[in-house]
Design a protein around this ligand. Structure first.
Ligand SMILES: Cc1ncc(C[n+]2csc(CCOP(=O)(O)OP(=O)(O)O)c2C)c(N)n1
Length: 566
């Protein structure tokens, strides 16, 4: 006979789980006992807040193509983990969320921490359930992995009442191991639709591929790069799809859309006669509220989720398939039928010259000697100092458009973690911890707004406790500057509810045991970054940056509004 909590730990081991990120609570005592008995077969990473635990597991999942696992206790623990669950679910990131709960016999009697957990998680998960007996643990965990990794993927949640974790049962541990990586199945496209898509591409004068996060989830970046070269198609990406093609590739247009879209890429899209969305939600930011591409553009849409295909655009060719499978079939069709196109040299020249003009126009900002620093200069420093395989986690605020537009990702694949489903503040610090835990040999850098720092500063202790040499860069503009800039653009007469008292976050870092430095010039930033990147300790680098209304980041609608102001 084995206790429920021990069955759960054994089953997690069988699913290849290496890390569980979580926070302890009264109802999780049996689970922690079972984990500690295992003596490190699964590493438990204690976070300082459940939201962070979910973001850590989310980062693990984004980087490994395996589900991330996080856990929280009943009541407040369950409610505090929600933001991370919603972000993962709506970003199609496989996340297994385990929560403990009060004993079933204590329900409806005013037991502390009692709440309707299945009801709480239902809207932010693909599937969830309450496990009401120890015998159900293995089948429910098995189903959880399947639901998280099949189709578009997402978050799943299991509630374990404390009595179930303590219950003794005789069970056979049998799990289907093929569901422990994602995508766990790769539906292939209909051949006739592939042929139609190839014909449309051949007939187009100005085609474009718009690669979304689905390309990275499917690990389809090698096929995409090959197709771009073979068929001669420019490739733009959404922010989440950044890395679907190396951004120094001849056919790369960079990121498109409102937030962090390059203006020449948006202009190209404006005149495209054929756009192929691949693994892309056609969301509001990437399409500038569905104005890019314009209505005259013919549309191909490839996505694993039938409900995404054709959701926002009249779609001529809709293909429900895994991105990698579809790109492989497109490629084979081009190659086997010898449908290699005359090189579209004029398009290549256009991309080359428009991107060169754009980079040239940014030069004064990228090299600005201003203090407080230009955010453009900060990104330029990162571009020069970070290794190509560096992993970056980016918080909402100024860092998102700057990284999306101005940081050129040289190696394909998921290297930059952007929480773009909800853009919740406080993502980057825990995500960087999840990343560094998973890839201790890679450089990991977090780009943190000072607002986000206020949300997740406690996790600096986690980084210190685990001895994770992460570089935390704080963009310090003493306020919720994104919102402040919107107030400025909307001509609000005074700023309202957006300013902080000045804080030096390097000293906050030091108080948590990290190394800290506040930079006082661009040159000082270079020195601090070099030192921190070589270090075997976590560093908090506080960077005073210019307010955004003095130097707008690349946000298309903001630049237009500013034009109207002037
Ligand atoms: C949890 C959460 N609450 C509110 C927002 C709305 N919001 C978007 S950007 C922003 C300001 C962010 O401030 P900061 O982290 O300092 O970055 P900055 O804009 O100054 O670069 C806010 C409040 C959000 N994205 N997430």
């Amino acid at each position: 006979m084995t206790k429920g909590a021990q069955i759960l730990v054994q089953a997690l081991k069988m699913c290849g789980v290496k890390y569980i990120f979580g926070v302890p609570g009264d109802t999780s005592i049996p689970f922690y006992a079972a984990l500690s008995e295992e003596k490190g077969a699964i590493t438990h990473i204690m976070a300082r807040q459940e939201r962070s635990a979910a973001y850590m597991a989310d980062a693990y999942a984004r980087l490994t193509n395996k589900p991330g696992v996080c856990e929280a206790p009943s009541g407040a623990g369950a409610t505090y983990i929600l933001p991370g669950v919603a972000e993962a679910n709506d970003s199609s990131i496989p996340l297994i969320v385990l929560t403990s709960d009060i004993p079933q016999a204590f329900r409806h009697r005013g037991t502390i921490t009692e709440l309707d957990q299945p009801g709480l998680f239902r809207p932010v998960t693909r599937w969830n359930c309450l496990v009401s007996s120890a015998r159900d643990i293995v089948p429910m965990l098995s189903r959880a992995f399947k639901e998280a990794t099949t189709g578009r993927g997402g978050a799943v949640q299991l509630t374990f009442p404390k009595d179930v974790l303590e219950e003794e049962a005789e069970v056979e541990l049998q799990l289907s191991p093929q569901k422990v990586v994602y995508p766990s199945s790769r539906p292939r496209p209909e051949p006739a639709l592939i042929e139609k898509a190839v014909r449309a591409i051949l007939a187009a004068r100005r085609p474009v591929i718009i690669a979304g996060g689905g390309v990275l989830l499917s690990r389809a970046h090698p096929e995409l790069e090959e197709l771009a070269g073979t068929a001669g198609i420019p490739v733009a990406t959404t922010i989440t799809g950044k890395g679907s093609i190396p951004e120094n590739h001849a056919w790369s247009l960079g990121v498109i859309g409102d937030n962090g879209g390059r203006d020449y890429a948006n202009r190209y899209l404006q005149k495209a006669d054929l756009a192929a969305f691949i693994g892309c939600k056609t969301g509001s930011v990437a399409t500038r509220n569905w104005t890019l591409p314009p209505p005259s553009t013919r549309i191909i849409h490839i996505d694993i989720d039938p409900s995404e295909v054709g959701k926002n655009y009249p779609t001529e060719i809709g293909i429900v398939a895994d991105a990698k499978a579809a790109l492989q079939d497109l490629l084979s069709f081009f190659i086997s039928e010898n449908k290699v196109i005359q090189p579209r040299t004029e398009l290549l020249n256009e991309i080359r010259s428009s991107s060169a003009r754009w980079w040239q126009s940014l030069k004064p900002r990228l090299n600005s000697a201003h203090f407080p620093l230009s955010a453009y200069r900060v990104i330029n420093e990162l571009q020069h100092l970070l290794p190509a395989d560096c992993i970056l986690a980016v918080d909402s605020g100024v860092a998102i458009p700057m990284m999306a537009a101005c940081y050129q990702q040289r190696e394909a694949g998921r290297k930059i973690l952007f929480p773009r489903a909800h853009g919740g503040l406080g993502y980057a610090i825990p995500a960087a911890i999840g990343a560094k835990t998973t890839f201790p040999d890679k450089s990991v850098v977090a780009l943190v707004g000072d607002g986000s720092m206020g949300f997740s500063a406690g996790e600096l202790e986690t980084a210190r406790r685990l001895n994770l040499p992460i570089v935390f860069l704080v963009f310090n503009n003493s306020g919720f500057d994104w919102i402040k800039t919107l107030q400025w653009l909307h001509r609000q007469r005074e700023f309202f509810g957006v300013d902080f008292t000045p804080v030096d976050y390097s000293r906050v870092g030091e108080a948590f045991g990290c190394r800290g430095v506040r930079v006082n010039s661009p040159h000082h930033l270079t020195e601090a970054l070099k030192k921190a990147l070589r270090s075997d300790e976590p560093w908090v680098i506080d960077i005073p940056v210019k307010p955004m209304h003095q130097e707008l980041p690349p946000v298309a609608s903001w630049e237009e509004m500013k034009g109207e102001r002037e």
